[in-house]
Design a protein around this ligand. Sequence first.
Ligand code: PGA
Length: 250
Amino acid sequence: MTNNNIYFVANWKMHGNLTSLNSINNVIKLAKSKKFRKIKIVYCPPYTLLEAFVKKTKNSYISVGAQNCHHEIEYGAYTGFINSKMIKNIGSKFVIIGHSESRQDGDTDSKINLKIKSALKSNLKIIFCIGESLKDRRKNKTNSILAKQIKKGLQNIKKLDNLIIAYEPLWSIGTGIIPKRNDLEKNLNFIRKNLNRIKNGNKISILYGGSVNTNNISNLARIPQINGFIVGGSSLKSKKFIDIIKKSII
Ligand code: PGA
């Protein structure tokens, strides 16, 4: 990867507590060093740690994001939920929307569309996740699924400056399996082609996520269509996450 738009999103999922905070000290240090200054590191811890992460990373080169938000932008009677305004209000800059684990928990394309609209109104940067299941892939439906997720997720959205796409094949998440380079490039090109149909869609960064680790990062980083990564399991330990960032510089 040689461009300046290299994202490393640490998706902590349902992991971490207050004692985990100090574990990111070395990542903060790395982000400050001149060599890595252009890299955009985004920590997405669970809601319970968002504010602590914002405080911890203040005046550093690291941003913080939430892992989801409710689709309703106004405050209201939604027990157990958090909206984009609240996320913005505590100093988070990003939000992940449409992660397959949230889709499995009830997020439909149309709900995701509402969430993206709400997050845009709140001035958050959105990491919009798309990806096909193994079943879709076996039935040769990858393209139609990706096209549908993009079309429905971005329906009636004109302002795309704050949008980042993350391609995460479901069968790669947490499995240790990543797509073959040919397949990955084919799918990334297909996503890019779909985005190019939208006004200014060519400016949207595309990330890859799914079992990114210290062994496969050097090869993944050589794929020019990728503008960064979402790292789940391998971002929980700073040492591994740092290794991944370092190995991606080629
Ligand atoms: P993984 O998760 O790196 O543990 O596969 C990535 C993700 O779900 O965003």
